[in-house]
Design a protein around this ligand. Sequence first.
Ligand SMILES: Nc1nc2c(ncn2[C@@H]2O[C@H](COP(=O)(O)OP(=O)(O)OP(=O)(O)O)[C@@H](O)[C@H]2O)c(=O)[nH]1
Ligand SMILES: [Mg+2]
Length: 326
Amino acid sequence: MRLKSFYGTTMTEAMRLVRDTLGDNAIIVATRDDEGGGVRVTAAIDDPIMPASANAQMLSSQTIDSESIETIASAMIAHNVPAVLAEKIVAAATQYANDDPLLSIGAAFDTHFHYTSLYDEKENAPLVLIGPPGAGKTLCAAKMATLLTLAKKNLAVISTDTQRAGAMAQLGAFTRLLKTDLIESEDAHALHDAIAMQKTGTTVIVDTAGCNPFSEADRQTLSAIIKATGASPILVLPADLDAFEATTMAKAFQAMGAKSLLPTRLDMTRRLGGMLCVAHEARLPFCAFSASSKVTDVPQPLNPVSLARLILAPPQEAVPQARLSS
Ligand SMILES: Nc1nc2c(ncn2[C@@H]2O[C@H](COP(=O)(O)OP(=O)(O)OP(=O)(O)O)[C@@H](O)[C@H]2O)c(=O)[nH]1
Ligand SMILES: [Mg+2]
């Protein structure tokens, strides 16, 4: 079975596109008003490459669980998930169709996204936070320091953000509360030495300066810092960025060595399509997410089930639907 979504200014136009493209045998899976006005229709058609039995099985589960698939298709639209990715998620959810949309979409998220842990106790490699200016790196560094302090781990917090006015004071305010020293590292060599001088078993957190990934000078500075840590950096990225803008940015950070994704500001973001697009297109595993400006609200783990809950959760409060005036 192949799923495709069609957009028309009216239902008749969208349905005509479905028939013209997929033919008379197309099955309508979901219809929804599109946020920008008009109508979006998701339709399915038998895939001739698939064995007939597989198609029959899918079609029957499709009928049984069409409500669950409708819920998932609606969530894709509500979260502004780019159409191509939304189709892939709905198609995978249809394969694992279940009465409970949480299970279907969880299975789809298991198929289409990767996950990793924020902190591997055995490896105990430095936790290096990188990302664009204002993404939430310093707050995440403070949250991780809180988490590790509560777990009674030996901790060292290093910042390479020595240029921006107030940067050290911001992180220093947190480390003072945790009774941990803040080490300032002026350059990549100093950072390498600062990490090397830590006692075995100490967990090192490295907060870096905001980097413009499209600036050659910024890229060189950050690449040298990443190399000096010998670690797998975590890309901290706000979840509320435009999907394609954020994906381009994430790929640039990935080229510098980013190995996992930590989206922030989920408490302030109502449409998570951008975050899903980044993880899928850049193939970056999710490691955790931040949904609070409070340092004691430590990053939450991300896995197929927690991601499914985030996507299917009803908005916490009524948010007026944005519409462009004509
Ligand atoms: N509500 C909310 N605010 C957040 C979250 N993460 C970060 N912030 C806020 O976003 C602002 C920027 O966070 P910082 O941690 O300073 O960002 P940064 O990436 O270190 O910024 P630079 O060092 O300037 O590049 C601060 O006001 C944080 O409190 C979050 O998950 N939710
Ligand atoms: Mg910072």
